[in-house]
Design a protein around this ligand. Structure first.
Ligand code: DXP
Ligand SMILES: NCC(=O)COP(=O)(O)O
Length: 245
């Protein structure tokens, strides 16, 4: 008999509220208001990515977003001393280490945890020693899960971008990779999360993977919010996820 799947949390990435705000350089729309609406709509967490170039979320947003709701904050950040210092000052619930290339349009791949053990180990320790739950945003590959184990990361977030962009028979191949890596992570005591590029149309096969504990979804929800409002877009995503768990 298979064990029932555990509840699946929805973390809402509000970066692109700040993208729109920054387009005009003022204060509207405010990511704090977005965080409050996510809380009302049944989101389980807030995710923000403080990019090195500050193209959306900015330093001054962090304290305000943290104070806005009782929801846990997942701070996505590059593996740099500057970002670790910021995380230690703000003490978010979780810090998700992501790869960053200044010129990229979005986070195109996973963190090469396997190839950067020595660089990542002291950063992971500093965060963990401060009581911050460390997550590694990795491609769904066995060697990256093994690297997360070696780094004693309690969480991995599996990059779903290749799945989201797949077509035809490749969709099932990419889904299988994610399902297998979620199972491998869970078997080894690591809590698997997933995210990137998820939409109403592609979320359910991912949400049905029983080991996954959290999905982080942003760009699509903020885009849909333009048409139906943020509360409605979060509620609809929640319903789609709940329908398969
Ligand atoms: C790591 C990740 O997937 C998120 O940060 C998401 O991509 C939103 O930020 P960008 O759109 O700036 O990549
Ligand atoms: N880590 C993934 C995330 O936070 C949201 O990614 P996206 O839905 O904006 O592509």
């Amino acid at each position: 008999m298979t064990a029932p799947a555990s509840p699946l949390r929805l973390g809402v990435n509000i970066d692109h509220v700040a993208t729109i705000r920054n387009a005009r350089g003022g204060e509207h729309p405010d990511p704090v208001r977005a965080a409050e609406i996510v809380a009302q709509a049944g989101g389980n967490g807030i995710t923000v990515h403080l990019r090195e170039d500050r193209r959306h979320i900015r330093d001054e947003d962090l304290a305000r977003v943290l104070a806005a709701t009782g929801l846990p904050l997942n701070l996505e950040m590059a593996a740099t001393d500057e970002m670790v210092d910021i995380a230690l000052r703000h003490r978010p619930h979780a810090a998700c280490i992501v790869p960053e290339r200044r010129e990229e349009r979005t986070t195109e791949g996973g963190l090469d945890a396997a190839g950067q053990h020595n660089r990542l180990a002291p950063l992971v320790s500093r965060l963990a020693d401060a009581g911050i739950r460390v997550s590694l945003f990795i491609a769904p590959e066995p060697r990256q899960i093994e690297a997360a184990m070696a780094l004693r990361a309690p969480v991995v977030e599996l990059h779903t971008g290749e799945y989201a962009h797949a077509t035809g028979g490749d969709v099932a191949i990419q889904l299988k990779r994610i399902a297998e890596m979620a199972a491998l992570a869970a078997k080894n005591g690591i809590e698997p999360h997933a995210g990137h590029g998820l939409t109403y149309d592609n979320v359910q096969p991912i949400a049905a993977i029983p080991q996954l504990a959290e999905l982080n979804i942003g760009h699509y929800l903020i885009g849909e919010a333009i048409f139906c409002g943020l509360e409605a877009s979060v509620r609809k995503m929640r319903e789609l996820m709940d329908a398969v768990r």
